[in-house]
Design a protein around this ligand. Structure first.
Ligand SMILES: [Zn+2]
Length: 324
């Protein structure tokens, strides 16, 4: 490894080799005249290497990711063997305060990238992230959770037909890799357009802290850093417990009726076509509607809401696996 001779500057602040520094991104002044700041924790090695950005809480109610990045900092995994690790455990401070997905202007931050200098509050914020933070990074892992009761089995989502992302997702090695196209206005799309290598980690559900999926996110990040030779010597990358499954296509099974939802199936299980996954009932004993698997596949998300409405997404099932 080569000692670094590069300058590193973020938001006008220098971080010298071997230093860890918290830099605040000043995003807005509220109508209470309170200044809102997003802390960004930057750790530099004395050795040359890439820069990795770990982000969570773009959706303010997705606590799983926030806890993953918090533990990465707390355990000292963010001190790199080489290069630089930047952690933003909570991007959408507004949403976190309100325990809500969106910005207080009602916008979904993850649909408004790359933002604009004179746009809405969320749009301006997205713009600052893209202007001030993303240009200095090479890799991004962005941690998310399922919304409205939908519990995602830990999965990395990447665009299909991208060999570099395939290798990185395989290095992270969570149980499922799901090919999905970039969504317009997402952070993922904006990073991709700048040539940043971006992994989307989806696990658990909003307003929930689940230790099992949090540990999977942490161990995946450790394996990812190890692949880049950035993992510091206090940690060892462990082999994943479960064999990786690559899902090329998937679909949602939706509720045919409104009613109370009863889940029968283990989230993450492989099911055969025709297997009963759950049922929807009314309060009066009149309706008891079975929900069955339309095809063989893995259940990668289950709606854990007690009451669902007609058309709600209930189960996310794979429809085509790699090498099928
Ligand atoms: Zn999210």
């Amino acid at each position: 490894m080569q000692p670094t001779t590069q300058n590193f500057e973020l938001l006008g602040k220098q971080v010298i080799p071997g230093e860890t520094k918290t830099i605040e991104l000043n995003i807005a002044t509220l109508h209470t005249m309170t200044e809102l700041k997003v802390p960004i924790i930057v750790s530099r090695s004395i050795y040359e290497g890439p820069t990795v950005l770990l982000t969570a809480g773009l959706h303010g109610d997705e606590l799983t990711g926030i806890e993953i990045v918090r533990q990465i900092i707390r355990r000292g995994i963010n001190y790199p063997n080489c290069g630089t690790i930047i952690c933003i455990p909570l991007v959408n401070v507004f949403g976190f305060v309100n325990q809500a997905r969106d910005f207080p202007d009602g916008r979904d931050l993850n649909r408004i990238f790359p933002g604009s200098a004179n746009g809405s509050l969320a749009s301006r914020f997205a713009y600052r992230i893209m202007q001030d933070v993303v240009p200095v990074v090479d890799y991004v892992i962005d941690f998310h959770a399922g919304g409205r009761g939908r519990f995602n089995v830990p999965q990395i989502r990447i665009e299909p037909n991208n060999k570099v992302l395939d290798v990185l997702a395989q290095a992270f090695a969570t149980h499922f890799i799901l090919y999905s196209n970039n969504i317009d206005g997402s952070f993922r799309e904006a990073c991709d357009k700048l040539g940043k290598k971006y992994l989307l980690f989806e696990a658990g559900k909003a307003l929930d802290i689940n230790n099992e999926v949090i540990e999977e996110g942490i161990q995946g990040t450790i394996r990812f850093l190890d692949k880049l030779n950035m993992l510091n010597s206090n940690f060892t990358a462990k082999q994943p417990e479960k064999k990786m499954v690559v899902i090329e296509h998937s679909t949602w099974i939706r509720a045919q009726y409104s009613g109370m939802l009863h889940n029968f199936i283990h989230n993450g299980a492989f099911v055969k076509a025709g297997t009963q996954l759950g049922k929807i009932t009314d309060p009066y004993g009149l309706i008891e509607e079975a929900i069955v698997a339309p095809n063989d596949g893995y259940i990668i998300c289950e709606n854990q809401a007690a009451i669902v409405f007609q058309g709600d997404a209930v189960y996310h099932i794979s429809t085509k696996l790699e090498n099928d």
